[in-house]
Write a protein that binds this ligand. Structure first.
Ligand SMILES: Nc1ncnc2c1ncn2[C@@H]1O[C@H](COP(=O)(O)OP(=O)(O)OP(=O)(O)O)[C@@H](O)[C@H]1O
Ligand SMILES: O=P(O)(O)OC[C@H]1O[C@H](OP(=O)(O)OP(=O)(O)O)[C@H](O)[C@@H]1O
Ligand SMILES: [Mg+2]
Length: 309
Protein backbone atom coordinates (compact mmCIF):
# COMPACT_ATOMS: atom_id res chain seq x y z
CA UNK A 1 0.00 0.00 0.00
CA UNK A 2 1.24 3.42 -0.88
CA UNK A 3 0.94 5.90 1.91
CA UNK A 4 -0.07 9.43 1.19
CA UNK A 5 2.89 11.75 1.40
CA UNK A 6 1.42 13.59 4.34
CA UNK A 7 1.12 10.33 6.33
CA UNK A 8 4.63 9.09 5.50
CA UNK A 9 6.60 12.29 6.02
CA UNK A 10 5.83 14.48 9.01
CA UNK A 11 5.18 18.10 8.15
CA UNK A 12 8.44 19.98 7.82
CA UNK A 13 9.38 21.76 11.04
CA UNK A 14 11.78 24.67 11.13
CA UNK A 15 15.26 23.29 11.91
CA UNK A 16 16.86 24.60 15.08
CA UNK A 17 19.27 27.35 14.21
CA UNK A 18 22.63 25.74 13.43
CA UNK A 19 24.94 27.87 15.48
CA UNK A 20 28.59 27.13 16.06
CA UNK A 21 28.61 29.28 19.14
CA UNK A 22 28.55 27.18 22.25
CA UNK A 23 29.19 27.78 25.93
CA UNK A 24 30.44 24.87 28.01
CA UNK A 25 28.64 25.18 31.34
CA UNK A 26 29.23 22.97 34.39
CA UNK A 27 26.45 22.51 36.92
CA UNK A 28 27.05 20.87 40.31
CA UNK A 29 26.07 17.25 40.74
CA UNK A 30 25.22 16.45 44.36
CA UNK A 31 23.80 18.66 47.12
CA UNK A 32 23.37 21.67 44.85
CA UNK A 33 21.99 19.86 41.78
CA UNK A 34 18.26 20.19 42.41
CA UNK A 35 18.28 23.79 43.69
CA UNK A 36 20.51 24.77 40.75
CA UNK A 37 18.20 23.19 38.16
CA UNK A 38 15.19 24.84 39.85
CA UNK A 39 16.94 28.19 39.71
CA UNK A 40 17.72 27.80 36.00
CA UNK A 41 14.09 26.94 35.36
CA UNK A 42 12.96 30.11 37.12
CA UNK A 43 15.56 32.04 35.13
CA UNK A 44 13.93 30.73 31.92
CA UNK A 45 16.15 27.75 31.00
CA UNK A 46 14.65 24.28 30.97
CA UNK A 47 17.33 21.70 31.65
CA UNK A 48 16.52 18.03 31.44
CA UNK A 49 18.67 15.48 33.27
CA UNK A 50 18.13 11.82 32.42
CA UNK A 51 18.49 9.29 35.22
CA UNK A 52 22.19 8.41 34.73
CA UNK A 53 23.04 11.08 32.19
CA UNK A 54 25.67 13.67 33.02
CA UNK A 55 25.20 15.73 29.84
CA UNK A 56 21.78 17.31 30.38
CA UNK A 57 19.79 18.65 27.45
CA UNK A 58 18.40 22.16 27.53
CA UNK A 59 16.13 24.37 25.47
CA UNK A 60 19.07 26.69 24.74
CA UNK A 61 21.06 25.15 21.89
CA UNK A 62 24.01 27.43 22.67
CA UNK A 63 24.56 25.72 26.02
CA UNK A 64 26.69 22.59 26.29
CA UNK A 65 25.99 21.42 29.84
CA UNK A 66 28.02 19.05 32.02
CA UNK A 67 27.00 17.75 35.44
CA UNK A 68 30.19 17.59 37.47
CA UNK A 69 30.88 17.17 41.19
CA UNK A 70 30.96 20.58 42.89
CA UNK A 71 34.44 19.74 44.21
CA UNK A 72 35.85 19.40 40.67
CA UNK A 73 34.19 22.23 38.76
CA UNK A 74 36.79 24.86 39.75
CA UNK A 75 39.62 22.68 38.51
CA UNK A 76 38.10 22.14 35.04
CA UNK A 77 37.21 25.80 34.62
CA UNK A 78 40.68 26.83 35.82
CA UNK A 79 42.27 24.49 33.28
CA UNK A 80 40.06 25.98 30.54
CA UNK A 81 38.31 22.68 29.64
CA UNK A 82 34.97 24.18 30.68
CA UNK A 83 34.04 27.82 30.01
CA UNK A 84 32.05 28.45 33.15
CA UNK A 85 30.04 26.87 35.91
CA UNK A 86 28.41 27.07 39.27
CA UNK A 87 30.08 25.79 42.38
CA UNK A 88 30.44 26.83 46.00
CA UNK A 89 32.97 29.48 46.99
CA UNK A 90 34.31 26.79 49.33
CA UNK A 91 35.24 24.32 46.57
CA UNK A 92 36.41 27.06 44.21
CA UNK A 93 38.81 28.21 46.92
CA UNK A 94 39.88 24.64 47.59
CA UNK A 95 40.60 24.09 43.86
CA UNK A 96 43.23 26.84 44.15
CA UNK A 97 42.84 27.94 40.49
CA UNK A 98 42.52 31.40 38.95
CA UNK A 99 38.81 31.81 38.22
CA UNK A 100 36.80 34.84 37.13
CA UNK A 101 34.00 35.35 39.65
CA UNK A 102 30.97 36.66 37.70
CA UNK A 103 28.27 36.45 40.39
CA UNK A 104 27.46 35.32 43.88
CA UNK A 105 24.20 33.39 43.85
CA UNK A 106 22.73 33.29 47.35
CA UNK A 107 21.05 29.89 47.55
CA UNK A 108 21.80 26.64 49.36
CA UNK A 109 20.61 23.04 49.46
CA UNK A 110 17.61 23.54 51.75
CA UNK A 111 17.44 27.16 52.89
CA UNK A 112 18.47 30.66 51.85
CA UNK A 113 21.29 30.59 54.39
CA UNK A 114 24.90 30.15 53.30
CA UNK A 115 26.79 26.95 53.97
CA UNK A 116 29.27 27.25 56.83
CA UNK A 117 32.43 25.22 57.27
CA UNK A 118 32.64 24.72 61.01
CA UNK A 119 35.07 23.23 63.48
CA UNK A 120 33.03 20.72 65.44
CA UNK A 121 33.62 18.55 68.51
CA UNK A 122 31.40 16.27 70.62
CA UNK A 123 29.19 18.25 73.04
CA UNK A 124 31.21 17.01 76.03
CA UNK A 125 34.68 17.46 74.47
CA UNK A 126 37.29 19.40 76.49
CA UNK A 127 38.11 21.37 73.30
CA UNK A 128 36.64 24.87 73.77
CA UNK A 129 38.66 26.95 71.30
CA UNK A 130 40.82 26.46 68.21
CA UNK A 131 44.05 26.64 70.25
CA UNK A 132 43.00 23.50 72.15
CA UNK A 133 43.58 21.56 68.90
CA UNK A 134 47.37 21.71 69.29
CA UNK A 135 48.70 18.19 68.67
CA UNK A 136 45.20 16.81 67.97
CA UNK A 137 43.73 15.05 64.90
CA UNK A 138 41.03 16.54 62.64
CA UNK A 139 39.08 14.82 59.85
CA UNK A 140 37.53 16.83 57.01
CA UNK A 141 36.57 16.87 53.34
CA UNK A 142 38.06 20.38 53.18
CA UNK A 143 41.72 19.68 53.89
CA UNK A 144 42.99 22.94 52.31
CA UNK A 145 40.42 25.11 54.12
CA UNK A 146 41.35 23.47 57.44
CA UNK A 147 45.12 23.61 56.96
CA UNK A 148 44.97 27.31 56.02
CA UNK A 149 42.87 28.04 59.11
CA UNK A 150 45.33 26.25 61.41
CA UNK A 151 48.34 27.88 59.73
CA UNK A 152 46.77 31.36 60.16
CA UNK A 153 46.41 30.66 63.87
CA UNK A 154 49.82 28.99 64.21
CA UNK A 155 48.29 25.75 65.47
CA UNK A 156 49.96 22.40 64.79
CA UNK A 157 47.39 19.64 64.32
CA UNK A 158 47.10 16.65 62.04
CA UNK A 159 44.50 17.04 59.26
CA UNK A 160 43.25 13.93 57.50
CA UNK A 161 40.98 13.72 54.48
CA UNK A 162 37.49 12.32 55.01
CA UNK A 163 35.34 10.89 52.21
CA UNK A 164 32.11 12.01 53.96
CA UNK A 165 29.86 10.93 56.83
CA UNK A 166 32.50 12.79 58.82
CA UNK A 167 30.32 13.29 61.91
CA UNK A 168 30.64 9.62 62.81
CA UNK A 169 34.41 9.92 63.36
CA UNK A 170 34.41 11.99 66.56
CA UNK A 171 35.46 11.17 69.23
CA UNK A 172 36.59 7.61 68.49
CA UNK A 173 38.68 8.15 65.36
CA UNK A 174 39.61 11.84 65.59
CA UNK A 175 39.38 14.66 68.15
CA UNK A 176 37.50 17.14 65.96
CA UNK A 177 36.06 17.52 62.48
CA UNK A 178 35.63 20.39 60.05
CA UNK A 179 32.38 19.94 58.15
CA UNK A 180 29.72 21.77 56.22
CA UNK A 181 26.58 22.86 58.03
CA UNK A 182 23.48 24.51 56.66
CA UNK A 183 20.42 23.89 58.82
CA UNK A 184 22.44 22.50 61.76
CA UNK A 185 20.33 19.35 61.92
CA UNK A 186 23.29 16.96 61.36
CA UNK A 187 25.20 18.64 64.19
CA UNK A 188 22.24 18.35 66.55
CA UNK A 189 21.48 14.76 65.53
CA UNK A 190 25.07 13.73 66.28
CA UNK A 191 25.29 15.65 69.60
CA UNK A 192 28.09 17.87 68.40
CA UNK A 193 29.12 21.42 69.28
CA UNK A 194 30.48 24.17 67.01
CA UNK A 195 33.77 25.65 68.20
CA UNK A 196 34.43 28.08 65.33
CA UNK A 197 33.39 29.00 61.77
CA UNK A 198 36.18 28.78 59.19
CA UNK A 199 34.36 29.92 56.05
CA UNK A 200 30.88 30.82 54.84
CA UNK A 201 30.02 29.92 51.29
CA UNK A 202 27.34 30.48 48.69
CA UNK A 203 27.43 29.18 45.12
CA UNK A 204 29.11 31.50 42.61
CA UNK A 205 29.10 31.65 38.82
CA UNK A 206 32.75 31.26 37.76
CA UNK A 207 34.32 31.60 34.31
CA UNK A 208 37.71 30.76 32.90
CA UNK A 209 39.97 33.69 31.98
CA UNK A 210 39.70 32.69 28.29
CA UNK A 211 35.89 32.56 28.30
CA UNK A 212 35.68 35.87 30.17
CA UNK A 213 37.88 37.48 27.50
CA UNK A 214 35.73 36.18 24.61
CA UNK A 215 33.10 38.87 23.84
CA UNK A 216 30.34 36.43 22.80
CA UNK A 217 30.87 34.12 25.76
CA UNK A 218 31.19 37.02 28.18
CA UNK A 219 27.89 38.51 27.07
CA UNK A 220 26.16 35.14 27.15
CA UNK A 221 27.45 34.46 30.69
CA UNK A 222 26.48 37.91 31.92
CA UNK A 223 22.97 37.46 30.58
CA UNK A 224 22.66 34.12 32.34
CA UNK A 225 23.95 35.66 35.60
CA UNK A 226 21.50 38.55 35.30
CA UNK A 227 18.57 36.14 34.88
CA UNK A 228 19.73 33.86 37.69
CA UNK A 229 20.06 36.83 40.05
CA UNK A 230 16.67 38.15 38.94
CA UNK A 231 15.12 34.78 39.75
CA UNK A 232 16.80 34.79 43.18
CA UNK A 233 15.68 38.37 43.86
CA UNK A 234 12.08 37.43 43.05
CA UNK A 235 12.21 34.52 45.51
CA UNK A 236 9.94 35.14 48.51
CA UNK A 237 8.47 38.24 46.89
CA UNK A 238 4.96 38.69 45.52
CA UNK A 239 3.14 41.30 43.52
CA UNK A 240 0.14 43.09 45.06
CA UNK A 241 -2.50 45.00 43.16
CA UNK A 242 -5.59 46.76 44.46
CA UNK A 243 -8.01 49.61 43.97
CA UNK A 244 -8.18 52.25 46.67
CA UNK A 245 -10.25 55.37 47.33
CA UNK A 246 -7.88 58.21 46.39
CA UNK A 247 -8.34 60.00 49.72
CA UNK A 248 -6.88 56.94 51.51
CA UNK A 249 -3.64 56.99 49.55
CA UNK A 250 -1.59 59.11 51.95
CA UNK A 251 -2.71 56.98 54.94
CA UNK A 252 -1.76 53.86 52.99
CA UNK A 253 1.74 55.12 52.23
CA UNK A 254 2.30 56.28 55.82
CA UNK A 255 0.97 53.22 57.60
CA UNK A 256 2.37 50.49 55.35
CA UNK A 257 6.04 51.31 54.75
CA UNK A 258 6.59 47.85 53.28
CA UNK A 259 4.60 49.00 50.25
CA UNK A 260 7.70 50.77 48.97
CA UNK A 261 7.43 52.99 45.89
CA UNK A 262 4.15 51.64 44.50
CA UNK A 263 2.92 52.42 41.01
CA UNK A 264 -0.24 54.48 41.25
CA UNK A 265 -2.63 55.00 38.37
CA UNK A 266 -5.86 56.92 38.18
CA UNK A 267 -8.97 54.83 37.52
CA UNK A 268 -11.66 55.93 35.09
CA UNK A 269 -13.97 55.85 38.11
CA UNK A 270 -13.26 59.26 39.65
CA UNK A 271 -11.98 59.17 43.22
CA UNK A 272 -10.26 55.76 42.94
CA UNK A 273 -6.67 54.77 42.18
CA UNK A 274 -5.04 51.48 41.28
CA UNK A 275 -1.98 50.64 43.37
CA UNK A 276 0.61 48.06 42.32
CA UNK A 277 3.73 47.04 44.20
CA UNK A 278 6.12 44.23 45.15
CA UNK A 279 6.42 43.10 48.77
CA UNK A 280 8.12 40.38 50.76
CA UNK A 281 5.89 37.31 51.06
CA UNK A 282 6.26 37.37 54.85
CA UNK A 283 4.45 40.72 55.23
CA UNK A 284 1.44 39.79 53.09
CA UNK A 285 -0.52 38.25 55.94
CA UNK A 286 -0.38 41.60 57.79
CA UNK A 287 -0.78 43.85 54.79
CA UNK A 288 -3.84 42.33 53.12
CA UNK A 289 -6.15 42.67 56.15
CA UNK A 290 -4.81 46.21 56.73
CA UNK A 291 -5.53 47.13 53.11
CA UNK A 292 -9.04 45.73 53.35
CA UNK A 293 -9.64 47.75 56.50
CA UNK A 294 -8.48 50.88 54.71
CA UNK A 295 -11.15 50.35 52.05
CA UNK A 296 -9.10 48.67 49.31
CA UNK A 297 -11.02 46.54 46.85
CA UNK A 298 -10.08 43.91 44.28
CA UNK A 299 -6.85 43.00 46.11
CA UNK A 300 -4.80 40.59 44.03
CA UNK A 301 -1.62 38.80 45.10
CA UNK A 302 0.45 37.12 42.40
CA UNK A 303 3.77 35.22 42.33
CA UNK A 304 6.83 36.70 40.61
CA UNK A 305 9.38 34.88 38.45
CA UNK A 306 12.04 37.53 38.09
CA UNK A 307 12.89 40.88 39.62
CA UNK A 308 15.39 43.05 37.75
CA UNK A 309 16.20 46.10 39.83
N1 LIG B 1 23.36 21.33 53.31
C1 LIG B 1 24.43 21.24 52.56
N2 LIG B 1 25.25 20.20 52.69
C2 LIG B 1 26.34 20.07 51.95
N3 LIG B 1 26.72 20.95 51.03
C3 LIG B 1 25.95 22.01 50.85
C4 LIG B 1 24.77 22.21 51.60
N4 LIG B 1 24.22 23.35 51.17
C5 LIG B 1 25.03 23.82 50.23
N5 LIG B 1 26.08 23.03 50.02
C6 LIG B 1 27.17 23.29 49.09
O1 LIG B 1 27.19 22.24 48.11
C7 LIG B 1 28.49 22.10 47.58
C8 LIG B 1 28.82 20.64 47.51
O2 LIG B 1 28.77 20.09 48.81
P1 LIG B 1 29.59 18.78 49.21
O3 LIG B 1 31.04 19.05 49.07
O4 LIG B 1 29.10 18.34 50.54
O5 LIG B 1 29.23 17.74 48.12
P2 LIG B 1 27.87 17.01 47.91
O6 LIG B 1 27.35 17.55 46.62
O7 LIG B 1 27.02 17.20 49.11
O8 LIG B 1 28.30 15.53 47.74
P3 LIG B 1 28.70 14.48 48.90
O9 LIG B 1 27.64 13.46 48.85
O10 LIG B 1 30.04 13.96 48.50
O11 LIG B 1 28.78 15.21 50.18
C9 LIG B 1 29.41 22.91 48.48
O12 LIG B 1 29.76 24.10 47.78
C10 LIG B 1 28.56 23.24 49.68
O13 LIG B 1 28.92 24.47 50.26
O1 LIG C 1 23.41 21.39 58.58
P1 LIG C 1 22.69 20.40 57.71
O2 LIG C 1 21.55 21.01 56.96
O3 LIG C 1 22.32 19.15 58.45
O4 LIG C 1 23.70 20.00 56.52
C1 LIG C 1 24.97 19.52 56.80
C2 LIG C 1 25.15 18.10 56.37
O5 LIG C 1 25.11 18.05 54.95
C3 LIG C 1 26.35 17.54 54.46
O6 LIG C 1 26.25 16.17 54.32
P2 LIG C 1 25.93 15.47 52.95
O7 LIG C 1 24.46 15.21 52.83
O8 LIG C 1 26.53 16.24 51.84
O9 LIG C 1 26.63 14.08 53.15
P3 LIG C 1 28.16 13.82 53.51
O10 LIG C 1 28.24 13.94 55.02
O11 LIG C 1 28.39 12.44 53.03
O12 LIG C 1 28.96 14.87 52.81
C4 LIG C 1 27.33 17.85 55.57
O13 LIG C 1 28.47 17.02 55.48
C5 LIG C 1 26.52 17.63 56.81
O14 LIG C 1 26.47 16.27 57.17
MG1 LIG D 1 28.15 16.78 51.15
Amino acid sequence: MRLGVSAAIPAARPMPENTEKSLKLALPKGSLQDPTLDLFEKAGYNIHVSSRGYRPASDDSELDIFLIRAQEIGQYIGQGFIDCGITGLDWATEAGRELVDLAELPYSRATVRPTRWVLVVPEDSPIQKAEDLEGKRIATEGVGITKRYLADKGINAEVEFSWGATEVKVPDLVDAIVDVTETGSSIRANKLRIVDTLLTSFPHFYASAEAAADPWKREKMERICMLLKAALDARDKVGLKMNLPEDKLSVLLETLPSLRRPTISQLADGGWVAVETVVGEEVVRDIIPALKQLGAEGIIEYPLNKLVL
